[in-house]
Design a protein around this ligand. Sequence first.
Ligand SMILES: Nc1ncnc2c1ncn2[C@@H]1O[C@H](COP(=O)(O)OP(=O)(O)OP(=O)(O)O)[C@@H](O)[C@H]1O
Length: 725
Amino acid sequence: MPTQPHQPAVPHPTPAGPADAASTGVTSTHAPGVPSAQAPGDASADGPLDRERAHLRASRAALRAMREDAESLDLTDTAATWVSAEALRAQVQLRIAALADLADTPLFFGRIDLAHDDATDDRPQHERFYIGRRHVHDAEGDPLVLDWRAPVSQSFYQATRERPMDVALRRRFGWTRGELTAYEDEHLTDPHEMATTSALLTAEIERPRVGPMRDIVATIQPDQDVLVRRPLSGTVCVQGGPGTGKTAVGLHRVAYLLYTHRERLRRTGTLVVGPNRSFLRYIEQVLPALGEVRVGQATVDELVAHVPVRAVDTPAAALVKGDARMAEVLRRAVWSGVVEPTESLVVVRGSRRWRVPAHELVEVVAELRSRGVRYGAARQALAQRIAHTVLLRMEAAGEAPDDRVQDAVARSREVKDLVKRLWPVVEPAKVVMRLLGEPEFLAECARDLLSEEEQAAIRWPKPARGVRSAPWTAADAVLVDEATDLVERIGALGHVVLDEAQDLSPMQYRAVGRRCSTGSATVLGDLAQGTTPWATSTWEEALRHLGQEDGVVEELTQGFRVPEEVIAFASRLLPAIAPGLAPATSVRRSPGALRVVRAPLEETTAATVRACRTALENEGSIGLIAADARLPELAAALAEAGLDHLEPGRETSAECRLTLVPASLAKGLEYDWVVVHEPAAVVAGEPDRRTGLRRLYVVLTRPVSGLLVVHGEDLPEELAERPRP
Ligand SMILES: Nc1ncnc2c1ncn2[C@@H]1O[C@H](COP(=O)(O)OP(=O)(O)OP(=O)(O)O)[C@@H](O)[C@H]1O
């Protein structure tokens, strides 16, 4: 295995000096055909790096002035009420906090020099912009740093040699501990300059991981940026292999949308849905680091937490409960209580009696049933509709009743009693409880939808005594959510990001879908990483269950996390687990990043602990990933060897960098170095071979710098090297 320490975040210096050309007219002196990079020692006293540092000083001073302006705002008498004054004060406080100059967060990370052929009065031929995390302007209001989400910044991210977007020079800056220490230039219109992987990008990816996931604003790649900046309307689904940046894209997209549609999304809200708490803890710092703190984050289980989950389904039961047919079963169950009127209604008001015949009540009920409104809303309307028929009779008799009379009739004992009989109150959890606990009721609602075996799979052995004590499972909670929405519409948000989406059941998609029914969604996933029995086989199907049939499917193919050697090894599994998918490529080659160690069977655990020690000789985080059942043994062996370890999702620190990860929780996480213990056991830990191999694929694709595989049993045969077609 490689023992190379990580390179610091400085690009490899090239012998020749960099360019500071374009708008200044200074000719580039870099070696022809190679994008130039510059490190500290290369800059002369008034060289380009010094000029950039001068711009940094000016930007910092301007930011300070902006902050002082905000601090000195006099809010006395500016707001009409105490409440609005408080709201204003809170907003100003937020702005002051946002204007802090954080010592370790570079104020800008890029620069573009634009050369336009079609200069106008408003747009000079040459323009230069610095791109950073936030907007900074000078006393005249001229921008010194542009927010990365501003429209002009788009060309910093999306310009390519094929489509330079007027960018004559793109400069990326390297920072070390808050100091501007290097830069790297690309002259996109120079036909002699070759495209290479940015050394700053590589250094950023390989920067040792301590703590939670980081943002990638400085190095978002063109195809990622196109996804980040898609319009708010419409849903996009991103298929991408491991480490192609799907999660990063989803989170940056939220930040972009909040910047571009701040008012609207502040009202309607945004939500990130992830597979489990460990994953959410891992990603939770990215949005705050981008200045966005008002984004909800939840697992699907948390979204549907209407009942206490205390039991686990058999795989057969979970499969049926997650099937989209359950939506219709539940619809029937919820609406089954509505009764056809058979008797007339008599309402007494004062000395008069008003009679509505049964056939008219039948019409009212039938009309409400056919309107496609929620059960609860229709129930509320029923009282008013009945009262209205009474009102019509009053008018026919020469009275002149107004709305208040209709309301009074709707609230009368006679009408209330009738509504209770015709349209009983439905408690969603109780309906589901009845469905699972009463075989006849299930048979009636599931007729022609679920087979006898399927019904048998989900029936409880005996009826539950009450909602609180029922043996609810995670899939039941989703059913209760569906029933809840049938009774009362669940509110939708402005935008929902759904990560690791491949694992959701159709009923879970529906649960997420109703939370973005009036908004839009970003759906992220990898079909090859689907490890649930109901994992989706196509994105079109997933979008349909989500209620976003018009969503577009895009693909990310360039991998950032996993080095070439490791992704090639893991991709040997693809023909067995997702035959249609092409392997992800990698932006990084890292000879020696993969090491496979065979140990005698009885020494596998000891060999694994030794591999952890070896991995710990490197900088950064280490993940030891193993089949869930092996964890107690490995935890004990680590403790005996004096190696402290963390649970997944806990922040690593300089003192403790080793995390012991059950294979079932590895999805979405990453570590600088990964030790995989006994792949055959990872595969065997799942109910079927395809799921096992998919789990193994997830596990093998977690490392950034290197992978050590320790095995005593034979490796799964699907990992054997095959000649490329
Ligand atoms: N443009 C980029 N610049 C720097 N780092 C990047 C870039 N894109 C992705 N990365 C890094 O690559 C790693 C993988 O990204 P991410 O977790 O978003 O991938 P993913 O597609 O969600 O992976 P998985 O399918 O395994 O969950 C992260 O460390 C992320 O910061």
